[in-house]
Design a protein around this ligand. Structure first.
Ligand code: HEM
Length: 194
């Protein structure tokens, strides 16, 4: 299955301005280590079969909050754009699997930068040709890490793993999301200040 606009690992993705060594330091800041890689990868087979249900919950949350849904509405009429929501949803599904794969190579780093650009006015709407708002406002980016990871936890617990394993997978997801959203912030941060 090809997912429209999912350009991970292709020549369409520019090199991240964040150096691998800087990302290594970011991991240390988040207390992210090999254990987290291990538990993210353990979560892969758990989330793999539940991607659509997880997306239903996350999209339900965005849909229930007009200030979030606003980023998926028409710039002219403020109405939700079904095609845009649907197109992004497929890439969001890929993102769940990529997060659980936890392969932090240059391709991964580059695609992180791309995702940041796609939230920012530099590239928002371009992938889907959507006539939507110009920018995902920065003020909501980090806050969304809580509902995304909190609502993931019951899915992590659904395949018979111990409470401790679920805790560790959950912590690894929280850290991974913190690191990723930090990388996505690059275009929002004043030049030279990242
Ligand atoms: C796109 C995840 C925060 C609105 C995406 C994509 C992912 C994602 C995986 C698709 C990237 C791709 O094209 O491959 C997340 C996560 C967030 C977050 C994990 C925070 C933890 C937000 C917030 C909003 C938002 C707060 C505002 C409502 C959007 C929009 C797109 C998008 C409008 C489409 C961008 C485009 O035009 O290409 N997000 N997001 N996101 N997200 Fe987020």
């Amino acid at each position: 299955m090809t997912v429209h606009g999912y350009t991970y690992g292709t020549s369409a993705v520019a090199k991240s301005p964040v150096l691998p060594a800087d990302f290594e330091d970011m991991k240390k800041s988040a207390l992210f280590g090999e254990e987290d890689v291990k538990y993210l990868r353990l979560s892969h087979d758990i989330v793999k079969d539940q991607v659509e249900q997880i997306l239903d919950v996350w999209y339900g949350f965005v849909g229930a909050n007009p200030h979030l849904l606003a980023s998926f509405t028409g710039k002219a009429d403020g109405k939700p754009l079904g095609d845009y929501l649907g197109g992004v949803r497929k890439r969001f599904g890929q993102w769940i699997l990529d997060t659980a794969r936890a392969e932090y190579d240059q391709r991964w780093l580059d695609y992180q930068h791309e995702i940041g650009l796609r939230h920012h006015r530099i590239k928002k709407n371009k992938t889907d040709g959507a006539p939507s708002t110009d920018l995902v406002p920065f003020r909501n980016l980090f806050a969304l890490i809580f509902p995304v990871t909190f609502t993931l936890k019951p899915f992590l617990a659904r395949k018979g793993h111990s409470a401790e394993e679920v805790e560790r997978m959950h912590a690894a997801w929280v850290k991974s999301c913190l690191l990723q959203v930090t990388l996505w912030s690059y275009p929002y941060v004043k030049e030279g200040d990242f």
